[in-house]
Design a protein around this ligand. Structure first.
Ligand SMILES: Cc1cc2nc3c(=O)[nH]c(=O)nc-3n(C[C@H](O)[C@H](O)[C@H](O)COP(=O)(O)OP(=O)(O)OC[C@H]3O[C@@H](n4cnc5c(N)ncnc54)[C@H](O)[C@@H]3O)c2cc1C
Length: 307
């Protein structure tokens, strides 16, 4: 049976140190649940907990959150109160609202007009490279041919913030140091004419010299799918946390000395899962489903083998 509108507040431990249940609150009423076998924490990450973000992943504080608003890290904190270890608490998923189809046909530059990444990588990678290592704001620079090559329905409402015949004018509009963009695009074009990108190794398929008129697209405008702004509108970045409780592959929560905390399992974003740096879409749901199933099976197996 599922009890909705019920907030787990703490783990209950017996005299032997085994987790045997949770305390909870529902509509102002305090409750206690006895676990038949074990407790499996699937309470999500901590993207919505400002204090935890400040402690562990402060780079997310300024940006939008990809969450349902209830990822308050409560499960992680309940387990940590029993001595559970956490892992990779500073690792985050970040999404810069730079349309990959446009970035790859032009370039992604930092506030100084410099490229810093291969634009044909997975967007999670260029987003982390931008937000964690480069001065903001970031701009997608594309020429008319590159912009028109993406059908309007696939542009997700993205329009240029500035358009200019020359790079000199454009870098002025963007507040970049004089000559910065001219130098970056000039170097890019020299190599692109030979089908090369010796700095970042973008695939030759996407390489050609860019020529005016040029457009600068601002990720802070967000995407506008169905006319509604996306989560990225604002700073141009939104994300969620990837760190969490340290577990075995079967979801058993480990304490700080690497010993299993008896009766306690975790899966999904409450656990640290498979992520290091370099997020890949789908692996969050995978962490929840694949490892959630393993955690559930292990908890049930313990129940079957219980005396
Ligand atoms: C717009 C959007 C797009 C996304 N796209 C993708 C994608 O393409 N691929 C991908 O892999 N992932 C994607 N994600 C991320 C993915 O949805 C989440 O990482 C995943 O849902 C995490 O699953 P979870 O079960 O660990 O936690 P959640 O889905 O966050 O569920 C946790 C639940 O626990 C509840 N809860 C929290 N604390 C308590 C408590 N103390 N007591 C009781 N209940 C509690 C919460 O209310 C929530 O219902 C996306 C997320 C969003 C918001």
């Amino acid at each position: 049976m599922t009890h909705a509108d019920t907030l787990a507040t703490a783990l209950i431990v017996d005299d032997t140190g085994r987790v045997v249940g949770v305390t909870a609150r529902r509509h102002g009423e305090d409750l206690a649940y006895r676990a038949r076998g074990a407790v499996v924490l699937t309470t999500g990450g901590f993207a919505d907990n400002e204090e935890m973000l400040a402690d562990h992943a402060p780079h997310l504080l300024a940006h939008g959150r990809v969450s349902d608003g209830l990822d308050d890290g409560s499960g992680i904190r309940m387990a940590a109160a029993l001595g559970a270890a956490t892992r990779r608490m500073g690792v985050v998923e970040l999404a810069l609202t730079a349309l990959p189809a446009l970035a790859v046909r032009g370039m992604l530059v930092n506030a100084h007009g410099r490229r810093f990444v291969n634009e044909d990588v997975y967007p999670g990678l260029f987003s982390v490279a931008a937000v964690l290592t480069q001065p903001a704001p970031y701009w997608v620079i594309v020429d008319e041919e590159g912009f028109e090559a993406v059908p309007e329905r696939e542009r997700w409402g993205v329009v240029p913030r500035f358009v200019s015949e020359t790079l000199g004018e454009l870098e002025g509009e963007l507040g970049m140091p004089p000559g910065a963009l001219e130098s970056t695009v000039g170097t890019y074009n020299t190599h692109a004419a030979r089908g090369q990108d010796p700095y970042f190794h973008k695939d030759a398929h996407w390489l050609r010299p860019l020529k005016g008129p040029f457009a600068a697209i601002d990720p802070r405008a967000g995407f506008h799918q169905g006319g509604r702004p996306s989560a990225g509108a604002g700073t141009g970045v939104a994300g969620f946390t990837l760190g969490g409780l340290r577990t075995t592959v079967d979801g058993a929560v480990l304490d700080v000395s690497g010993t299993v905390l008896p009766g306690l399992f975790a899966a999904g974003r409450a656990a640290s899962g498979i992520h290091g740096e370099g997020y890949v879409s789908g692996t969050s749901l995978g962490d929840g489903t694949f490892f959630g199933r393993r955690a559930g099976a292990a908890a049930a197996a313990g129940l079957r083998s219980a005396p």
